[in-house]
Design a protein around this ligand. Structure first.
Ligand code: FES
Ligand code: FES
Length: 154
């Protein structure tokens, strides 16, 4: 089985090719993309968030069969130069860091659709959980990234 991940067609090893296997397992155990985290396994926390065709998806409950031929992006594909990653550093968003790759992927998916989200829109769109309580910093960093993107366009 092959998946298009971070711009490259990647062949999954035999042990990570069951069509019913959650995408999260294949990414971590099949492709060694360990930036995406396991939290709850039941679509509740968002630690496993990746993008499928630009939309935020919880990979722990996404079967491989549903993403063959689609475009998958993980935190490794977002890259350290991404405006959100830079805003995350500037605002010192991560605390323990465990939830943050999922947060970033959800934030990137939001900014693709809404270039100037309000706090309420951020809260509605990003339902990822953070046990360290970084929500105010997440909002501030998204606003900073949105402002930078708006400035770059002007
Ligand atoms: S590990 Fe997927 S939502 Fe928690
Ligand atoms: S930074 Fe620790 S869980 Fe979010």
């Amino acid at each position: 089985m092959e998946l298009k991940v971070n711009g490259q067609l990647q062949r999954l090893p035999e042990h990570a090719s069951d069509p019913a296997m959650p995408l999260l397992w294949a990414l971590r155990d099949g492709l060694d993309l360990t930036g995406t985290k396991f939290g709850c396994g039941v679509a509740a926390c968002g630690a496993c968030t990746v993008q499928v065709d630009g939309e935020a998806r919880r990979s722990c409950v996404t079967p491989l069969s549903s993403v063959v031929g689609r475009t998958i992006t993980t935190i490794e594909g977002l890259g350290p130069d991404h405006v959100l990653q830079q805003a995350w550093v500037a605002h010192q968003v991560p605390q323990c860091g465990y939830c943050q790759s999922g947060m970033l992927m959800a934030a990137a998916a939001l900014l693709r659709k809404n270039r100037q989200p309000s706090d309420a829109e951020i809260d509605a769109a990003i339902t990822n959980l953070c046990r360290c309580g970084t929500y105010p910093r997440v909002r501030a960093a998204i606003h900073a990234a949105a402002a930078q993107l708006a400035g770059a366009k002007a």
